[in-house]
Design a protein around this ligand. Structure first.
Ligand code: RB5
Length: 146
């Protein structure tokens, strides 16, 4: 494992079960999990949860984050509004590794209504096990930040 230690997790109501499975999986890999909910199944608003997780990472309180909603798209859009956040939705393991290796994504988003638990956990593994390659990719990431 790299220096990454603390992973923030959040979701909306559509992804509570998968978020809890991800939490167990990530903890078993040796990371400290900061699960900021929600814990009850009432309908909620994904922008709130994307923003809250993104702020944990942007502030330096957490190293990386994994966020989930039905498609992964809405919560990703909300997270990316927070300065310094680079979040991508992944439904395959190749993209999950590459958003870390090439884009230095500090948040991963997953759609709980898109992928099953087995694939979701493999996506999490691919993301967490990858490392940013820097070099020309660093130049490009700097260009994203403006
Ligand atoms: C909630 O029904 C759903 O819209 C949300 O989880 C997500 O898919 C939005 O992008």
């Amino acid at each position: 494992m790299s220096d990454t230690k603390r992973i923030v997790l959040s979701s909306d109501h559509a992804a509570i079960d998968l978020r809890q499975a991800v939490a167990i999986h990530v903890a078993a890999k040796g990371y400290e999990v900061v699960d900021i909910g929600p814990t009850t199944p009432e309908s909620t608003h994904y922008p709130l949860h994307g923003k809250a997780a993104a702020e944990r990472v942007a502030s330096g309180d957490c190293d990386l984050g994994i966020i989930l909603c039905g498609t992964g798209q809405g919560i990703m859009m909300a997270a990316n509004k927070v300065p310094g956040i680079r979040c991508g939705v992944c439904s395959d393991t190749f993209s999950a590794a590459m958003i870390r290796a090439h884009n230095n994504a500090n948040l991963l988003s997953i759609g709980a209504r898109v992928v099953g638990e087995g694939l979701a956990l493999a996506i999490v593994d691919a993301y967490l096990d990858a490392e940013f390659e820097g070099g020309r990719h660093g130049t490009r990431v700097d260009m994203i930040e403006g």
